[in-house]
Ligand binder design. Structure first.
Ligand SMILES: [Fe+2]
Ligand SMILES: [Fe+2]
Length: 207
């Protein structure tokens, strides 16, 4: 089991209690489902459950913030904003969420903040706990109901979180091409990095 020394003073339950008054009920329910899914993935893979659950609780702290506000906040802070983020400012809720959690003193563990920052597109440097949270965010039950192709990701996540993440990003890439969406360059960077790292094992999982 992986353990981290820099434990957060606030655990999942206290963080949840602080977030509830600020978030719409539907988002609180989504976060609860992500926490439950992430916890089960963490246990399955022998990860640090406490860290994984804290990441899951924290990940969408700014998900309900209006797009225009997110964009204005990113500009105020002079964060780099790419074309995909400008056309879909909701992509900024991860990076700005990590900043908010840190500034409010709610989360101080840099590993948790890193996972929150990059949870939308993933990141090549995510820890196993970070991957468990990111995948849980994509496959929680209501997302699976809306997009049945995710069942493949659910099955693969039982034995490899990184191959599951690559499978998800491949699905997203294919869907984006079909629908003519602006590609999120961060998702593409993560996808290519995983593709190179996983190589043959990812290909054999796909067959
Ligand atoms: Fe999110
Ligand atoms: Fe989420």
């Amino acid at each position: 089991m992986t353990t981290y020394l820099d434990r957060d003073a606030i655990g999942r339950d206290v963080l949840r209690a602080r977030m509830i008054p600020l978030l719409p009920a539907g988002l609180v329910k989504h976060i609860d489902r992500v926490v439950a899914t992430a916890e089960s993935l963490a246990r399955r893979h022998g990860l640090d459950v406490e860290t994984t659950v804290l990441m899951a609780q924290a990940h969408d702290v700014l998900r309900a913030t209006p797009a225009a506000e997110l964009l204005a906040e990113a500009e105020r802070r002079r964060l780099p904003v790419n074309e995909a983020e400008r056309s879909a400012p909701i992509l900024l809720h991860g990076p700005l969420g990590a900043i908010a959690l840190s500034e409010r003193g709610w989360v101080r563990d840099p590993i948790v903040l890193h996972a929150v920052r990059f949870h939308t597109a993933g990141h090549p440097d995510l820890t196993p706990e970070g991957w468990a949270m990111v995948i849980a965010d994509k496959i929680e039950p209501s997302k699976r109901r809306r997009w049945p192709a995710l069942e493949a990701v659910v099955e693969i996540a039982e034995y490899s979180l990184e191959i599951a993440a690559l499978t998800y990003l491949d699905l997203l890439h294919a869907q984006g091409r079909r629908r003519g969406w602006v590609v999120d360059p961060a998702a593409e960077t993560t996808r290519q990095a995983l593709r190179e790292r996983l190589g043959a094992s990812a290909r054999s999982a796909a067959t």
